[in-house]
Write a protein that binds this ligand. Structure first.
Ligand code: GLA
Length: 389
């Protein structure tokens, strides 16, 4: 790919100069869903799939963007003097947002850039292609403009800031953090209330991580996500009248049960219940994994799905079909929805010798049930964003 990208870069922007190359991965979250904006724990890992970028500084203030995934759009041009979101800017709102966020932090750019990207994360799959593009842009800016003091963690925070404030999606830190900080063969056990984290080796011995793409993305994703956040905030405010907490993630299940009646709306109580229980499940799941108890890890993944389906209500028919089918297959250790929800992907842990049956059986029955095919990716856990020499 890298050779093809360079050829394209030369064709689109002309040859020569200091062209640099970067990569930022997508992510899959193993457990800990919708906990990252509730001060809880998450357990994502970076994929080897992600977004590649080639960049060269310009002499003027122009910004030129080209995506090999959207080549029919050609070069999308903008300028450092036009860092405002707009509909016509399309996908370039992500890199522009990161540039804007750098400027908000007090970094200014002396010149524009020619930027060419190619991503191999399936579009709209919920595997964080946008977070990977944000982190990629951050890394490119840090390197190309020599902003040495920014750490990879800073780049994750800048990416999240731009997504929240430039692109209007009120996401938590998980996706950008996983893309920036990922480590080969490890998942990241991250406490989102402090950003303290630990790498936990994912040693599945005789099993693999299989991602199943439902190929549906229901509309209103952004607004339903923001609704969930608001519901959790309402529940938190009510709980704060009886317990001294800053976030739902501080509560144990017992504490929640003791105080939950102070939450007046049934809906908000269910949302908060998920946030509290999911956080505790995540802590337990990581402990189980460390003890090589993959079965317990799988059971907790399944429980996570039930909670996301019934209490948090971010699943959908297609995803529930995929999970129900997966649960019936011998050799499936655990299976659940992953990411923001309302479509997208499931993540399953499947014994090596069951992977083929898993793909053919779930594939066939899913098509029968919904009328279109699912896609399967047997994935590896890769490193976080980096420059390619
Ligand atoms: C999306 C958001 C994340 C996180 C997940 C749900 O991926 O970007 O911050 O909230 O949903 O766990």
């Amino acid at each position: 790919m890298e050779k093809k990208m360079l050829e394209k870069f030369n064709e689109v922007y002309g040859e020569g100069g200091d062209i640099r190359e970067y990569f930022a991965p997508g992510r899959v979250n193993l457990i800990g869903e919708h906990t990252d904006y509730n001060g809880g724990h998450v357990f994502p890992c970076a994929l080897t799939l992600g977004t590649y970028g080639l960049a060269r500084k310009r002499k003027d203030r122009k910004l030129r963007f080209y995506s090999m995934n959207f080549s029919r759009l050609g070069v999308l041009e903008s300028s450092l003097d036009d860092l405002v979101p707009s509909e016509k800017a399309g996908w370039t709102n992500y890199p522009k947002g990161v540039m804007w966020a750098f400027e908000k932090r007090g970094y200014t750019f002396d010149a524009g850039v020619d930027f060419l990207i190619y991503g191999n994360i399936p579009n709209g799959s919920g595997l964080s292609s946008s977070a990977s593009l944000e982190v990629l842009t951050g890394l490119m800016l840090k390197d190309l403009y020599g902003v040495e003091e920014l750490t990879m963690q800073d780049l994750a925070l800048i990416g999240q800031y731009s997504e929240n404030n430039f692109n209007g999606m009120n996401c938590g830190i998980m996706d950008q953090f996983a893309s920036a900080m990922g480590k080969k063969d490890c998942a990241i056990f991250l406490d989102t209330s402090t950003l303290e984290f630990e790498y936990a080796p994912v040693k599945l011995k005789d099993a693999r991580i299989v991602i199943t793409n439902s190929k549906v993305k229901h509309s209103l994703v952004g607004s339903a996500y923001n609704d969930r956040r608001n519901e959790c905030e309402t529940a938190l405010r009510e709980l704060q009248t009886v317990v001294d907490i800053k976030a739902l993630g501080e509560l144990t299940e017992e504490e929640f049960e003791a105080h939950k009646d102070v939450i007046t709306s049934d809906i908000c109580r269910k949302r908060a219940k998920h946030a509290v229980y999911e956080n505790q499940r995540t802590i337990r799941a990581v402990k189980a994994l460390k003890e090589n108890n993959v079965e317990e890890f799988g059971r907790l993944m399944n429980a996570s799905h039930v909670s996301l389906r019934d209490d948090y209500e971010v699943s959908c028919e297609e995803i529930d079909i995929l999970v129900d089918l997966a649960w019936k297959i011998p050799g499936v250790i655990g299976s659940r929805i992953t990411g923001g929800g309302f479509g997208g992907c499931t993540v399953s842990i499947v014994k090596n010798d069951a992977v083929d049956t898993f793909i053919s059986t779930v594939g066939e029955k899913y098509k029968e049930a919904v009328g279109h095919e699912a896609e399967f990716y047997v994935v590896d856990i890769g490193d976080g964003a980096h420059k390619i020499a």
